[in-house]
Design a protein around this ligand. Structure first.
Ligand code: GTP
Ligand code: MG
Length: 104
């Protein structure tokens, strides 16, 4: 359903894949990312709820996610943001990215 929507939208420049930074890589997320790659769907990853983790654990979890992506065959990692809706981490970077996209 969502896949069909993404495929059909011609004005879709980029999807944001929100990943809960607290949990191990989920197959549903990895499968969606793989689908994006196979379907030439540009996307960015947003790790969410970063405030809920210690910096070291956050780094560990994002590295684990990276490893899962390499395993999936990505040669270059997709761009990612670290975010928190609580302390607004990543907010400016994400908004700047969207602004840059919107001005293409
Ligand atoms: N501390 C913290 N809480 C958050 C953050 N984002 C969402 N929440 C809280 O998490 C709960 C679920 O919020 P949602 O907006 O549904 O976020 P979600 O990523 O879909 O999370 P889940 O529904 O729990 O899978 C709410 O109580 C939010 O206030 C965050 O960045 N930091
Ligand atoms: Mg939710």
């Amino acid at each position: 359903m969502i896949l069909g929507y993404l495929k059909e939208r011609r004005n879709m420049y980029c999807a944001f894949v929100l990943i809960d930074s607290r949990i191990p890589p989920q197959s549903i997320d990895l499968e969606f990312i793989e689908w994006c790659g196979l379907n030439d769907m540009p996307f960015q990853i947003i790790f969410t709820k970063a405030d809920k983790l210690k910096k070291s654990q956050l780094a560990k979890n994002t590295a684990t996610f990276d490893a899962a992506l390499y395993k999936q065959g990505w040669e270059e990692l997709p761009n990612r943001f670290i975010s928190s809706s609580k302390d607004a981490a990543g907010r400016d970077e994400i908004l700047n990215f969207i602004e840059a996209l919107a001005s293409i």
